[in-house]
Design a protein around this ligand. Structure first.
Ligand code: NAP
Length: 258
């Protein structure tokens, strides 16, 4: 029997893992998305969309669908979903894997100001008006709307609600190249870039561009991982290692069955 897997997606790693397990007879995998992106990329495996109704809702889903392995490959800033997943497997024991891609770390020439959260990022822009490139996603703009003395350029995949008054919008999805990022920043007169420490290659070009242009980057630290104490749980950095973990789970399940 194939291993029944639930992949909580919404990241490039989740999409890569879905591609790897598609058509692999060892797995019967479903990809779950929150439904935030209006035009999600096509999925090579069955997909469900929408919240579960908190940790209990997810635990019930694991139970009803007899899920044998849960892979949490949400975006590293989707902290609520990560917490819910950990709480769910405490309610309904299920082997758990969290995919947590490596952090970005400063390189020589970088001018980073690290902050704990989005409020800290808005405060770090200071009292004097500045030209700001906001690449924090469309759900986290409220603290900047409360600092209307800056001139904002907001980039997001879908049209944001609650953008700062007068903000210019760029609707675009990575991957981006350093050359294009540099051109964008220079042509639009950007003085400071605000970003989450998402990690990964798809959106790292803005950091290289800011370095070349000598611009300040306000870097929002990643929320800590939930406590995994006492759980059958692991953390890996990428989709290849996630496939390795799933392969191990499939082997163990087969050995149990014989
Ligand atoms: P979040 O705050 O951690 O989650 C909020 C709620 O959304 C969860 O409690 C859950 O609802 C639902 N949810 C989140 N991910 C889900 C999934 N994969 N499948 C089903 N329900 C899910 O997450 P978020 O920051 O709103 O992010 C939502 C989605 O966008 C995630 O898939 C994430 O990977 C993606 N994303 C987030 C960011 C970011 O910076 N936060 C950036 C890029 C992409 P219930 O409690 O009802 O189950």
């Amino acid at each position: 029997m194939p291993l029944k897997v639930l992949i909580l997606g919404g990241s490039s790693e989740a999409s890569a893992l879905a591609n790897k397990v598609a058509g692999d007879a060892r797995f019967d995998a479903v990809l779950s998305l929150a439904g935030r992106t209006q035009t999600p990329t096509a999925s090579p495996i069955p997909r469900r969309i929408g919240g579960f109704g908190g940790a209990q809702g997810l635990a019930d889903y694991l139970d009803v669908r007899t899920i044998e392995a849960l892979v949490v490959a949400v975006h590293p800033f989707a902290a609520q979903m990560r917490r819910n997943a950990v709480a769910a497997v405490r309610l309904r024991p299920t082997p758990l894997l969290i995919v947590d891609r490596p952090l970005w770390t400063p390189q020589p020439g970088d001018r980073w100001t690290r902050v704990r959260d989005m409020d800290g990022a808005a405060q770090a822009l200071g009292a004097a008006p500045r030209r700001v490139l906001l690449t924090v996603g469309r759900q986290d703009l409220a603290p900047f709307a409360a600092q209307p003395h800056h001139s904002y350029l907001v980039r997001s995949i879908d049209r944001p609600q609650g953008a700062p008054a007068g903000a210019e919008l760029i609707l675009d999805r990575g991957p981006f190249t350093p050359d294009n990022e540099q051109r964008l920043m220079a042509e639009r007169g950007v003085e400071v870039v605000v970003t989450k420490n998402a990690g990964g290659d798809a959106t790292a070009a803005k950091l290289a561009a800011a370095r070349t242009l000598g611009l300040q980057v306000v870097m929002v630290d990643r929320p800590p991982l939930p406590d995994l104490g006492g759980l059958d749980a692991q953390v890996v950095a990428d989709a290849n290692r996630a496939l390795g973990w799933l392969s191990h789970q499939a082997r163990s399940a087969t050995e149990r069955d014989v």
